[in-house]
Ligand binder design. Structure first.
Ligand code: SF4
Length: 373
């Protein structure tokens, strides 16, 4: 299991929702995804940028980062700037705030073997602030009642509560690629109450491999998500939906399906991906075989192709106007605006059906357009 605790803070949303998943995930193989490695690189860069901004000694890690790009650079600069701003605010109320970077936070007082690493912790009189950087784009992460952040905060309290008189805990998720800064503030008393009434009993069940299986959106981070029976039952419930007369679905029924359809298709994709991996390793599924997918012709060596075509008297290259990002990089933001501002437009996005809770404002639909006339 390496340095991964059975009940880690980062997986706490999953094991608090479905305690038996903890043991099942501990047995499963840990395949570090490309996204996870990209996140690790971003965290290393963030740590460097912040230390540099605070005048601390550190080596530039950029050369060693496989996923480094311009966007990562901007995100890390933004993160460092944000933390420094928070630190200045802390200095307004406290003369000697402490800032800790990549700090090991031990919350094993509440969760067996529980520890995690906080990207940044700021401690000032009265308040402990935990800041976590998220590089991911896929899921918008909220700090509100976020158990990972609450576990980190418990670890931070263990370190400082005796030294600083803490009564308030602030938790912030900094997720620049989604333009999301989410902060949740609670009193120390509320945090401890949650730890004692929710965290401790559920962690005990999870550690023992006990408790109820419960499927939901947290399944996407579970190692047995493709083969879990509970998740199958949860998703198949929809498939078994007892549609009665009339023969076509009502709007209410379609609305029910829409609330579950994303999870249903995510589950179906997980099962397909798992089955393909197994089939390639030799498993036979009755009625299925592995075939080669479609593929397109490719050059074996582009340099040679260019040379051969040039020798034959033709121009092997096509010229294209650089894309907007590349052009902006070439000209710089100001010049880009000056020269091309009037030649850039944003086409209307493809209509998408999303839950009411989505932050974007609703588009005018055909029927509304019609009724306005
Ligand atoms: S897939 Fe979902 S329901 Fe199944 S063990 Fe994992 S978290 Fe629990």
């Amino acid at each position: 299991m390496g340095k991964h605790a059975l009940l880690s803070a980062s997986s706490s949303h999953r094991w608090l929702s479905c305690p038996p998943s903890a043991r099942l995930c501990a047995d499963g193989e840990d395949k570090g995804s490309e996204y996870a490695r990209q996140g690790t690189d971003a965290h290393i860069l963030c740590e460097y940028k912040l230390k540099k901004m605070l005048g601390m000694d550190c080596d530039d890690p950029t050369e060693s980062l496989s996923f480094y790009d311009e966007e990562m650079e901007e995100c890390a600069d933004g993160y460092a700037g944000f933390v420094v701003e928070q630190l200045s605010k802390a200095k307004e109320i406290c003369t000697d705030p402490v800032v800790l970077i990549e700090q090991k936070l031990d919350f094993s007082k509440y969760v067996c073997e529980g520890f995690g690493t906080g990207d940044c912790v700021i401690v000032a009189d009265g308040t402990v602030s935990v800041i976590d950087y998220k590089h991911g784009l896929g899921v918008l992460v909220s700090a509100e009642n976020n158990p990972q952040m609450m576990c980190y905060a418990l670890g931070a309290l263990e370190l400082f509560d005796g030294i600083y008189d803490v009564d308030t805990v602030s938790m912030t998720i900094y997720q620049p690629r989604r333009e999301n800064i989410s902060t949740f503030i609670i009193s120390k008393a509320e945090l401890i109450q949650w730890a004692e009434t929710v965290l401790v009993p559920t962690a005990k069940l999870a550690y023992a491999g006990e408790g109820e299986f419960k499927a939901g959106e947290h399944c996407q981070f579970c190692k047995v998500k493709a083969t879990c029976r509970k998740r199958m039952e949860y998703n198949m419930e929809l498939a078994r939906y007892d549609f009665e007369m009339p023969a076509t679905l009502s709007e209410e029924e379609i609305a029910v399906i829409l609330t579950k359809v994303d999870e249903l298709s995510a589950w179906a994709e997980d099962v397909k991906e798992y089955a393909l991996t197994q089939a390639l390793a030799g498993t036979k599924y009755t009625g299925f075989k592995v075939v080669e997918g479609r593929s397109n012709r490719k050059y074996t060596d582009e340099t040679k192709v260019a040379a051969v075509v040039s020798d034959a008297g033709f121009d092997p290259y096509e010229k294209e106007v650089a894309g907007i990002t590349a052009m902006q990089k070439l000209l710089g933001k100001k010049k880009f605006e000056e020269l091309l501002g009037s030649l850039v437009y944003k086409p209307q996005g493809k209509p998408t059906l999303v839950p009411e809770s989505d932050k974007r404002s609703a588009m005018n639909t055909a029927i509304e357009d019609f009724s306005e006339n």
